[in-house]
Design a protein around this ligand. Structure first.
Ligand code: NAD
Length: 484
C-alpha cells in the first residue's frame, strides 16, 4: 500500500501537488514510512502567492477584533485536538510524547498572544507637536508573508509567525520542513475550521525550489526563516538583495558555565534537560559545558551517572526519556563527531553508540554522550552537532569561562549556574547571546518576549515572537496633520 501524500492548502481548499518530485516521511524511531511529501513547483508557489495577494485587501479591512476571533477558534481547535497534535509531533520527529506536549503548549501560547492583537497593534499619538499640529503613528500590515521552517519543532515554529502575521492583517504561506510535514497538515485542518476568508492562510510543501520561488516572488513582502545558519545566511542574502523584509533564525552551539558555588543536584538536573532533551536537537540545547575550578569532577561524574540512566526509546512510550535523532544522516553525523572528538584529543567518557533499543532495532537511536577534556579549538566544541553530545571543559576562573564562551561563532543561548548574584549579573551583561539562562538550562522565551539570537545564530533585525513580531509584520506610518 502506498503512503498517504500530504496535501497543500491553497485558497481555502486542499490540493494535491502535481509535482513529480516526492520524498518519503519516516518515523525516526521505526523507519516506517508514514507519508509522502510533494516537493511543490514554482508554478504552485505562484498560484498560492496570487491567491494570498487577492485575499489581502478584504482581510486587512477586516476589524482586528474579528481577526482576533479566528485566533480564539484556532486555540480552541488546538486544545480539542491537543493529544493528536502532540502524537503527530512524536511520530514524525521522534521526541518524547511529553516533549511534544510541551511543544504544542508553547505553540498555543503564540496563538494566545496573537488573540491580543486589537491592543498590541495600536499606534500612538502626540498633540501639538507644533501649535495646531498633531502627529499619529499607525501600523499597517504588509501583504503576503511566508515562513520556511525546520524539522525540530514541526508544530510550534511555524506558529511563531503565522498567528501574529494574520492577526495583523497579512495573508500567509507556510512551508514546513519536508522531513516533518504532517504536523502542519493537521494544523491547517484546524485553520480550515476558523472561518478565515479563502487565501488568508496557505500551506505549500517542498524544498529549496519552493523557498527560492517564495523569495523571488515580487508579491511576497516578508520572509521568516528558522533552520541552520548555513541556509539562513543564503536566504537572508537572497531576500535582502531583492529588498525583502527578512528574519533568519539560525543554528547554535550553546555554552553553559558552572561556577564552584552552583547548587549541584539542581544544576545537573537542568543540564541534563538542556543537553539531552529532544535528543539534543533543540536550538536552545546546551552542548558545551564549562566548569570553573575544582567542581569539575563532581559535575562530570554526576552528569555521567544521570545520563547513563536515561531511558532511550520510542517517544510514544510514556516512560521514554529520550527519543531518536531525526534521520539516518543525522545519526551518521553524530557518530562521526564521536570519532572526531577522540581524534582531536577529547576523552569520550560516555559513548551513546553503546545504547540499543530492543523493540525498535531500526530507529535512529544514539544514547547520551559526554566528552571530557574538550577545548574551544575542537570541532566538537565549534560545530553544531545537533544530537545528544555534550562536550565538557574546565577553566580556572569566571573570566576564562567567558573568554572560552565568546570564542563561539554562535550566540543563540548561554546559561550560568551559580548562587552568586555578581557573577550572574556579569554573565548576562557580557555574554553575546540572545537568550541568557541564570540557573536555567533551556533559556526559552515565552511568546510575549522576542526569541533572540546573536552572531551567526541570527541574520536580520527583528526577531520572532513578542513586540518584535508585531513590528516585523507591520509597516509603521506617521501622519502629521493640521486643519486650517
Ligand atoms: P535546515 O536549514 O536544513 O532547513 C530549514 C528549512 O530550510 C527547511 O524548510 C528546508 O527545506 C529549507 N532549506 C534547506 N536547504 C535549503 C536551501 N539550500 N535553500 C533554501 N531552503 C533550504 O534546518 P533543519 O535541519 O530543518 O533544522 C535544524 C536547524 O534549525 C538547526 O541548525 C537548529 O539550530 C536550527 N533551529 C534554530 C532555531 C532558532 O530559533 N534559532 C529554532 C529551531 C531550529
Amino acid at each position: 500500500m502506498s503512503a498517504k501524500v500530504v496535501r497543500n492548502y491553497v485558497n481555502g481548499s486542499w490540493v494535491t501537488s502535481k509535482s513529480t518530485r516526492r520524498q518519503q516521511v519516516y518515523n525516526p524511531a521505526t523507519q516506517e514510512v508514514i507519508a509522502e511529501v510533494p516537493l511543490s513547483t514554482k508554478e504552485e508557489v505562484d498560484k498560492a502567492v496570487q491567491k494570498a495577494h487577492d485575499a489581502f485587501h478584504e482581510w486587512r479591512t477586516t476589524p482586528p477584533y474579528t481577526r482576533a476571533r479566528a485566533m480564539f477558534k484556532l486555540k480552541n481547535g488546538m486544545e480539542a485536538r491537543f493529544e493528536d497534535l502532540a502524537r503527530m509531533v512524536t511520530t514524525e520527529n521522534g521526541k518524547t510524547i511529553d516533549e511534544a506536549r510541551a511543544e504544542v503548549r508553547r505553540a498555543i501560547e503564540n496563538v494566545e498572544l496573537a488573540a491580543g492583537i486589537p491592543t498590541q497593534m495600536m499606534g500612538y499619538n502626540l498633540e501639538d507637536v507644533a501649535q495646531g499640529i498633531d502627529e499619529v503613528a499607525i501600523r499597517q500590515p504588509l501583504g503576503v508573508c511566508a515562513s520556511i521552517n525546520p524539522f525540530n519543532f514541526p508544530n510550534m515554529v511555524p506558529l511563531w509567525f503565522l498567528p501574529v502575521a494574520i492577526a495583523c492583517g497579512n495573508t500567509y504561506i507556510t512551508k514546513p520542513s519536508p522531513i516533518t510535514p504532517v504536523s502542519q497538515e493537521l494544523l491547517f485542518e484546524l485553520l480550515d475550521e476558523c472561518d478565515l476568508p479563502d487565501g488568508v492562510v496557505n500551506l505549500v510543501h517542498g524544498d529549496e525550489e519552493v523557498v527560492n520561488a517564495l523569495i523571488d516572488h515580487p508579491l511576497v513582502r516578508a520572509l521568516s526563516f528558522v533552520g541552520s545558519s548555513r541556509v539562513g545566511k543564503i536566504i537572508y542574502e537572497r531576500s535582502a538583495m531583492l529588498g525583502k523584509r527578512v528574519q533568519a533564525q539560525g543554528g547554535a552551539k550553546n555554552h553553559m558555565l558552572v561556577m564552584p558555588d552552583a547548587d549541584l543536584p539542581k544544576s545537573i538536573a537542568n543540564i541534563m534537560g538542556s543537553s539531552y532533551g529532544c535528543a539534543g536537537q533543540r536550538c536552545l540545547a546546551g552542548s558545551v559545558l564549562i566548569t570553573v575550578g575544582n567542581i569539575h569532577k563532581q559535575v562530570v561524574d554526576g552528569l555521567a551517572e544521570a545520563a547513563s540512566r536515561l531511558r532511550v526509546g520510542y517517544g510514544l512510550n510514556e516512560t521514554t526519556q529520550m527519543g531518536p535523532v531525526i534521520t539516518q544522516q543525522s545519526l551518521k553525523r553524530v557518530h562521526s563527531y564521536l570519532e572526531r572528538g577522540q581524534e582531536e584529543g577529547a576523552t569520550l567518557i560516555l559513548d551513546g553508540r553503546q545504547v540499543k533499543v530492543q523493540d525498535c532495532p531500526d530507529g535512529n537511536f544514539v544514547g547520551p554522550s559526554i566528552f571530557d577534556n574538550a577545548n574551544s579549538e575542537m570541532s566538537i566544541v565549534k560545530d553544531e552537532i545537533f544530537g545528544p553530545v555534550l562536550s565538557v571543559m574546565n577553566v580556572p576562573d569566571f573570566d576564562s569561562g567567558i573568554e572560552a564562551l565568546e570564542k563561539s561563532r554562535y550566540g543563540n543561548a548561554a546559561s550560568i549556574f551559580t548562587q552568586d548574584g555578581g557573577h550572574a549579573r556579569e554573565f548576562k551583561y557580557r555574554v553575546r547571546a540572545g537568550n541568557i539562562g541564570i540557573n536555567i538550562g533551556v533559556a526559552a522565551p515565552v511568546a510575549s518576549f522576542p526569541f533572540g539570537g546573536m552572531k551567526d545564530s541570527f541574520f536580520g533585525d527583528l526577531h520572532g515572537q513578542g513586540p518584535d513580531a508585531i513590528n516585523f509584520f507591520t509597516d509603521r506610518k506617521v501622519v502629521i496633520e493640521r486643519w486650517f
